[in-house]
Design a protein around this ligand. Structure first.
Ligand code: G3P
Length: 216
């Protein structure tokens, strides 16, 4: 299972990379808006830091605008993936970009049939938003299960990026289902390390090592 960071923060990206856990990055306009840097400079640095796919989102609402934006963004690096919303115009753009060899991540997916449409359009990645479904009392992870089944039934190669992850249980469930990728905020990645028995175990080993040291 690949770990992507859902962020545009350079410090978070550097840390995850140092830990050897960074397979890619996903951004969106909201995440980019939180960083106090000019867009072009920020994105160039993210693309340089990350040895893996980096999703950059288009903001046009019509296919032609999305395609123009995608072509420009794609020039910024070999690891660029164009994030496109799941609308008829978006999928029109995905189909054309796929023919041009430009990679796409179809975002804002909230139903299995939307995911089916994205795969048929030739999307490289689909991003079901789990947390936002949980927020409205729907079982978000059920969507991931359904997409996995549907893609398996027809041999679609579109990879599933479990997105809108809010806590470690989302990562666990995504892994149990066998999703290709989990994209998570940095605090969730940090939380995956923590277990009280690990902390207690370290303290005990260090305390006992003091006794051994006294005999060296
Ligand atoms: O990258 C998109 C997605 O992960 C957004 O998450 O927390 O805003 O629902 P959230």
């Amino acid at each position: 299972m690949k770990f992507f960071l859902d962020t545009a923060n350079l410090e978070e990206i550097r840390k995850a990379k140092e830990w050897g856990l960074l397979d890619g990055v996903t951004t969106n306009p909201t995440l980019v808006s939180k960083e106090d840097m000019p867009f072009q400079g920020l994105v160039t640095e993210i693309l340089r830091l990350v040895d893996g796919p980096v999703s950059l989102e288009v903001v046009s609402e019509h296919a032609q605008g999305m395609i123009s934006e995608a072509r420009e963004l794609n020039k910024l690096g070999e690891n660029v993936v164009i994030k496109i919303p799941l609308t008829p115009e978006g999928l029109k753009a995905v189909k054309i970009l796929a023919q041009e060899g430009i990679k796409t991540n179809v975002t804002l997916c909230f139903s299995p049939t939307q995911a089916l449409l994205a795969a048929k359009a030739g999307a490289d990645y689909i991003s079901p938003f789990i947390g936002r479904l949980d927020d409205i009392s729907s079982y978000g992870m059920r969507l991931v299960e359904d997409i996995k089944d549907i893609y398996g039934n027809y041999g679609f190669e579109t990879q599933i990026i479990v997105a809108s992850i809010r806590h470690p249980m989302h990562v666990l469930e995504a892994a149990l289902i066998g999703a290709d990728i989990a994209t998570m905020p940095f605090p969730v990645l940090e939380k995956l390390f923590h277990h009280p028995l690990t902390d207690i175990g370290i303290q005990r080993f260090l305390r006992d090592w003091e006794k051994v040291k006294a005999r060296i």
